[in-house]
Design a protein. Structure first.
Length: 277
């Protein structure tokens, strides 16, 4: 994109009509954003105060100009300016005063936000984005061991899930996610997995007495093969895995997953004082 190219900001309380199609054309790299917007558009709807913000190099979202324009930091700077404006217009207390928590953030975008003075650099909290396609999962139709059965999680099950992790989770939110669990005869859940709003495998867990039986691998494959729902038919899913987590990396490889880009969670400053000229 040339320095004089025009940037247009589209802000909407709904998912823009052409955005889903545009993101589908850029799979698998658009996967986290595509799945999050598909969930909002086809399942839960947009929360009252949520906004979809898109910066493009054309006047019309989805125009041919988008295909040839080169991505530059100017897009991100323009996006941040719009977030600052929206934060000011909202004018009510927020969970993170003056800040916005970003998830599954590509490291290249993170670096731009740091250069813009919107966040402080830190050396930890990075994950590798692993991508999977349903057609690549190994075939395994073996039945569960005697006394075990497949099921979906109840709200009480989700409360158990929350109690087993140090990662902040909300049972009511987990209950809304696509999920799969394994129960034993008395109904106790002994293994579970969830697909996040962004299509990523999360909270995959097997209770200690039942580990090393291949249950976690079977559970993850079965859930990801099912996918996020009828609106997600392209077969793509993902997982965010720390480089130090050898067990999870090994499981991703066994499911024919491929490691792609690096992501993290980061708080950015959306106050007016943070803007640079």
């Amino acid at each position: 994109m040339t320095p004089s190219a025009k940037l247009t900001t589209h802000t909407s309380p709904d998912v823009p009509e052409d955005l889903e199609r545009l993101l589908q054309a850029h799979l698998p790299y658009s996967l986290p954003v595509l799945r999050r917007l598909q969930h909002a558009k086809h399942k839960d709807g947009m929360p009252p105060n949520a906004r979809a913000v898109v910066v493009s190099s054309g006047d019309v979202l989805g125009s041919d100009q988008l295909a040839s324009a080169r991505f530059t930091a100017a897009y991100i700077e323009e996006l941040v300016r719009e977030l600052v404006k929206l934060g000011k217009e909202y004018g009510k207390p927020t969970v993170y005063p003056g800040g916005l928590l970003l998830g599954s953030l590509h490291t290249a975008v993170r670096d731009v936000l740091i250069d813009l003075g919107r966040a402080a650099p830190r050396a930890t909290g990075f994950y590798d984005k692993w991508l999977f396609q349903a057609k690549g999962f190994p075939e395994n139709d073996a039945p569960l061991p005697d006394g075990m059965r497949w099921d979906t999680a109840s709200l009480d099950d989700c409360r158990i899930v929350v109690s087993r992790t140090d990662i902040p989770r909300v049972a009511e939110t987990l209950f809304r996610l696509q999920n799969l669990i394994i129960r034993i005869g008395d109904g106790t859940p002994i293994a579970w997995a969830f697909l996040g709003f962004d299509g990523s495998l999360c909270s995959l867990h097997c209770e200690e007495p039942y580990r090393r039986r291949g249950l976690a691998k079977a559970l993850g494959a079965k859930l990801m093969r099912t996918g996020c729902g009828p609106y997600a038919t392209d077969g793509w899913t993902s997982a965010d895995v720390a480089a130090s987590n050898a067990g999870s990396r090994g499981m991703c490889k066994s499911l024919n997953g491929e490691q792609h880009w690096e992501v993290s969670w980061m708080m950015i400053d959306i106050t007016e004082d943070g803007l640079k000229d």
